[in-house]
Design a protein around this ligand. Structure first.
Ligand SMILES: Cc1cc2nc3c(=O)[nH]c(=O)nc-3n(C[C@H](O)[C@H](O)[C@H](O)COP(=O)(O)OP(=O)(O)OC[C@H]3O[C@@H](n4cnc5c(N)ncnc54)[C@H](O)[C@@H]3O)c2cc1C
Length: 468
């Protein structure tokens, strides 16, 4: 097989002729489960070295999770954050893309089975299926809250957000029943981004669109068990995010957790009830289901344990990368679930597979830390750059966030499209993707069985539930 060199070699991986399985000249066959940052990073490295790659994803696109909140609030269109996988590998005939749902993985034989009845066997299997929402057993969360982990999730949430404004416009009495109350559960980067984006939507966009609805009464409530939003950031970032969100009208309900999500309200653990029809779940992650055997070693949060070279312990043909794996830096530091960690881990796993095939020793994963950042809203972000966490806030951090995330996008076309969308939004505040195109997610049965009755008034925050 002829190797392709159009994009040059990734860092640390010299381009060479195709290497052999266990040192022969035959190219290794690799099955990759998941076409996210980790799977695509791995496939790119392998493709450059002439490996025979089969990448399996239940979607025919690579999705860009950091911008899902922009899809949900119509700042970006769906196709701004989704790139067709076949397009990414169109110049690599040695990379096959299969749209299928993986339901079984045998790490010992590197065999993958799919719900559609297909079986794929390689010399190696790379498990990169990412994560999904973890509702931590909160009753009703699965049924009534809107998670934000996939493009489909973002589209469903967008439909619901714009529907509640329409319903309140048609029946203003619904505002008292929570039509314009948005509750975000979880004050990590996803929850903060979502709360800030909702506040911006209310302040800058909806007022111009609804001429006889008082959108100023809309509430955005951010609920978190901790004492501050963005817990892993520094104290000054905590002060900044608290100040910006408060100035933008976001109500912070800290040291509170969701006890139950019902169709028409959120019940907090102190009994407070918040009437709402739009609850965003940003409360936690668990590994995606992809039919992994029960006897695999697991780390924190059920993530797959990995060796320093990203192989699964005791499974020389299986590799774990991205959010679904517990990954450590070369010095043993546990790494967060970030796009840059997933991308670099995928690349390292790909390079190590090439080394194994060439009969060379593998190398431990070495993370090039670009820092952590979170968008808070229009012209406001926090960034702690590099390994030494040089801290910036405000417009500069906002620009850094845009730059870093544009660079993470998978293609030049995606970057251009997205920058156009951002520019358009910044100057016109006109959000063209603000369409309700998912009737099921949008639909609310205001007068059905879940509707609040007047003889059972929901409690406001701070009221004593026992006194009611
Ligand atoms: C809302 C949100 C905002 C974020 N913001 C940032 C940010 O600002 N900066 C940052 O660095 N990181 C951010 N992250 C984290 C980052 O997106 C993840 O760390 C990264 O996407 C992980 O990459 P991955 O390849 O492991 O998984 P994913 O990108 O989730 O890819 C997994 C792939 O596997 C596929 N898949 C899953 N199960 C199956 C199956 N059974 N069969 C077939 N296919 C399957 C999925 O369809 C998906 O394409 C954010 C995450 C979220 C959810």
């Amino acid at each position: 097989m002829v190797p392709h060199h159009e994009h040059g070699s990734p860092p640390g991986v010299p381009c060479s002729v195709p290497v052999g399985r266990e040192g022969s000249t035959e190219a290794p066959k690799v099955v990759i489960v998941g076409g996210g940052f980790a799977g695509v990073g791995c496939a790119r490295v392998l493709a450059h070295h002439g490996a025979e790659v089969t990448i399996i994803d239940r979607n025919n696109y690579h999705q860009f999770q950091p911008l899902l909140y922009q899809v949900a609030t119509a700042q970006a269109a769906s196709n701004d954050v989704a790139s067709p996988l076949r397009g990414l590998f169109r110049k690599h005939p040695n990379v096959l893309v299969k749209k299928a749902t993986v339901t079984g993985i045998d790490p010992d034989t590197a065999t993958v089975t799919t719900a559609e009845g297909a079986t794929f066997t390689g010399d190696h299997v790379v498990i990169a299926a990412g994560s999904r929402a973890n509702f931590f057993g909160v009753p009703g969360a699965d049924e009534h809250a809107f998670p934000l982990y996939s493009l489909r999730d973002a589209e469903r949430l967008r439909a619901r957000i714009f529907e509640v404004f329409e319903d309140a416009d048609t029946r203003p009495e619904l505002v008292d029943r929570g039509a314009l109350t948005f509750v975000v559960i979880g004050g990590g980067p996803t929850g903060v981004e979502m709360a800030g984006a909702l506040a911006d939507l209310v302040d800058h966009v909806m007022g111009e669109r609804f001429h006889d609805l008082d959108v100023g009464v809309a509430r955005v409530v951010l609920v978190d068990r901790g004492t501050t939003p963005l817990g892993p950031f520094s104290d000054s970032a905590h002060h900044y995010v608290t100040k910006v969100l408060s100035e933008r009208g976001v109500e912070l309900l800290l040291q509170h957790g969701a006890a139950e999500i019902r169709a028409d309200r959120v019940v907090l653990d102190d009994g407070t009830e918040i009437p709402t029809r739009c609850v965003v779940w940003a409360g936690g992650l668990q590994p995606s289901g992809c039919g992994l055997p029960d006897d695999l070693e697991r780390g924190r949060g059920g993530r797959l344990a990995t060796e320093a070279d990203l192989r699964l312990p005791g499974r020389p043909r299986a590799w774990g990368v991205g959010d679904l794996a517990e990954i450590h830096d070369h010095d043993g530091t546990p790494l967060p679930q970030l796009g840059s960690v997933a991308l670099q881990a995928g690349e390292t796993a790909g390079a190590n597979i090439i080394r194994v095939a060439a009969g060379r020793p593998t190398k431990p994963f070495h993370y090039h830390d670009k820092g952590i950042m979170a968008m808070i809203g229009r012209s406001a972000a926090v960034a702690e750059l590099g390994k030494h966490r040089h801290e910036i806030h405000g417009q500069l951090a906002f620009s850094a966030w845009l730059g870093v995330h544009a660079a993470l996008l998978s293609s030049t076309r995606a970057r251009v499209d997205l920058i156009m969308s951002w520019g358009w939004d910044q100057f016109t505040k006109n959000r063209s993707p603000a369409v309700i195109d998912d009737d099921d997610a949008a639909a609310i049965d205001w007068d059905g069985p879940a509707a609040s009755t007047d003889d059972e008034e929901p409690l406001e925050h701070g009221e004593d539930p026992d006194a009611a």
